[in-house]
Design a protein. Structure first.
Ligand code: F0G
Length: 347
């Protein structure tokens, strides 16, 4: 399967340039449950090449940057953008500079950026501070392409998540639920549904309570949440996201860290391991269910990134224990555990 550029070139409106691709997109849309009249689908964006939805935007941003003669790419990141930028820059043969808030991104995401050869820089403060410095650097150096979602090509590429859902369901879902940090992805999906012309879902943007400027209506100076990917106080695409929610008759909602961990656990017990930021969407879905705000018909939640990039967080709820055994005792041990009822899958 080709990546998203070759599948959707006409919709993306990009010139006839070679695609820098790692085969991103065509991620699974799984049927998860039926809740009253709503059919719940989960889109597993963690199955993209670098483990998050960022690859959809990055393939376009890096392809365009290379064709326009960029000599390097730069981004600020809470981790996933950094990993994606590093991988696609590697594919393109371009150097990548990634700037992260010091000590605030997971080890796995940092390693990903480094193995792909990126230069990893840290700044004191949060993501918002990092984004401010990379914007200034890119502005002063036209040969360095900024590949954050303030780059319109990133949003174009991320629209393809909406196209795929429509292709699969035959129409837009009734509601779309997704986590919101810098607010690029919700804006891209809205744009995508609009462009594809098969209906627009109610857009529900879910934020972590401690980093919920779009719910509160004001910026957060010190955003704080366990969901490090969306620990953002001043979303760059705030206005686009507000428009998406207002025009689609949706809403922004905040969920607690506790609810995020519970959602992560519930998904994992059902076979779907996502990072906390992605579990935020599922926690929001549950709130909408409780409040009886889910429309009848198909409802999709975007699970933006794999759980494998944040190994530490699940330790807060998973019982990390193993039992040693040997060939002679394995069967007896399992038999005893099953009998005790201590081994089971609980949702
Ligand atoms: N989910 C995950 C896993 C993310 O990494 C991000 C953002 C979001 C959701 C929110 O998307 O910013 O478009 O509203 N991560 C960025 C990064 C900020 O640097 O990787 P958004």
């Amino acid at each position: 399967m080709p990546g998203i550029i070759d599948r959707y070139r006409d919709y993306l409106g990009i010139p006839n340039i070679p695609a820098i691709t790692l085969g991103e997109g065509h991620t699974p849309l799984i049927s998860w449950a039926t809740w009253e009249q709503s059919d719940i689908f989960l889109k597993l964006e963690g199955t993209n090449p670098t483990g998050s939805f960022k690859d959809r935007g990055m393939t376009v941003a890096v392809s365009v940057a290379l064709s326009e003669g960029a000599q390097a790419v730069i981004c600020a990141s809470t981790g996933n953008t950094a990993a994606s930028a590093a991988a696609y820059a590697g594919r393109a043969g371009l150097p990548a500079f990634v700037v992260a808030p010091k000590g605030r991104i997971t080890q796995e995401k940092m390693l990903q950026a480094l193995v792909h050869g990126a230069t990893f820089l840290t700044v004191e403060g949060n993501f918002d501070a990092a984004l401010a410095v990379v914007r200034a650097t890119a502005q002063a150096n036209p040969a360095i392409a900024l590949v954050n979602s303030v780059n319109p090509w990133r949003l174009r590429g991320q629209e393809t998540g909406a196209y795929e859902i429509v292709d699969e369901l035959g129409q837009a879902p009734q509601a779309l639920v997704l986590p919101v940090g810098n607010a690029g992805n919700i804006s891209a999906y809205f744009q995508g549904f609009r462009r594809y012309g098969r209906g627009i879902p109610h857009m529900f943007g879910i934020q972590a309570q401690g980093a919920s400027p779009l719910v509160a209506g004001y910026d957060f100076e010190n955003p704080e949440t366990i969901a490090s990917a969306i620990r953002i106080g001043k979303p760059a695409s705030k206005h686009l996201a507000q428009e998406a929610v207002a025009q689609s008759n949706g809403a922004f909602l905040a969920v607690s860290d506790e609810a995020i961990l519970q959602a992560q656990r519930e998904l994992a017990r059902g076979g779907v391991f996502v990072e906390p930021a992605s579990a935020t969407a599922y926690a929001g879905l549950k709130v909408l269910r409780e409040q009886k705000r889910l429309p009848a018909g198909p409802v999709a939640a975007i699970l933006t990134g794999t759980g494998l990039k944040d190994g530490d967080t699940p330790r807060r709820w998973v019982d990390v224990k193993t039992q040693s055994t040997d060939a002679d005792h394995l069967e007896g041990t399992i038999r005893a555990l099953l009998k005790e009822g201590t081994v089971h899958v609980a949702h």
